[in-house]
Design a protein around this ligand. Sequence first.
Ligand code: GH3
Ligand code: MG
Ligand code: MG
Ligand code: MG
Length: 294
Amino acid sequence: MQIDTRVEPVQRVLIVDDEVINLKVLSNLLRDEVKVVLAKSGEQAIHRVKECPPDLIILDVKMPGMDGFETLLALRQIAAVAQVPIIFITGMSDDHYEEKGLLLGAADYIFKPFHPGIVKARVHTHLQLARQRNLLEQLANRDSLTSLANRRYYKKFLQQAWLNASQAQEPISLAILDIDNFKQYNDHHGHDEGDKLLQNVSALLESHFCQSRQLISRFGGEEFVALMPGLSQLQARDFIGEAVAIVASDSDVTISAGGASCVPSDTYTSSDLFSQADKALYLAKDNGKNCVVW
Ligand code: GH3
Ligand code: MG
Ligand code: MG
Ligand code: MG
């Protein structure tokens, strides 16, 4: 999960239209308020959103190659823009097309020739809604101190990952990471410094995890849980070993980790996996800390 730490980021609008004049008019209309990105076809739009996902997409319907409806369906398959509002702006001023566009999940449908002020107002409304939706998602799924995924998100992720691993009969690994002697750190430096340290350790973990489909979450206090679907025991253990080494070298504390791996079965549940990792963490603490036990 990417974290957006900017308070009021400039929003990006992708405009897709095969006619250059339309791109120009819409771009002139919106560029004072948002960052405008242009695409001359559905194919190019798909390429653009993969480079950098926009906050809103304005889509022409009639285009050579993929038309607007096909483009919408293709965009919905790309995780990063699956929820992004799409507004059709089109000369196809037929109720049937408008209905089709809205049923496909478009946020709005505007006919050409359009009134500039109305387009601007509608774009503004949908951007504001997108901003509110993102904020709500952040509040629901992220820990407020560290911005890592919270326990609620972890549970959702676990449920899906466990189901996938179970169906595919693939391995899944879980690790519990716990800061060493954190009580002592708080006692020496104060609670505020303890909070800063938690943020620092979290940022190190986040950047280690951000390139992969593995999840790192703040489970509570100074405890983090990592979920690693698809990694073998050896791979997961190495990956967590790297995280432990990064924290030891780049922060003022060390962490210990306990991990466990399995292929889900009827007799082995995700709670069993968690308990096994918890026992391993206990051993890691017992072994002198700053280490991994699997
Ligand atoms: P061990 O190496 O065995 O894990 O020892 P420890 O001191 O890290 O573990 P212990 O469970 O004794 O103490 C955990 C401490 O973490 C106590 C608590 O005050 C602190 N802590 C938990 N959540 C937060 C937080 O959000 N901010 C700060 N500053 N401290 C926290
Ligand atoms: Mg067109
Ligand atoms: Mg601890
Ligand atoms: Mg603890």
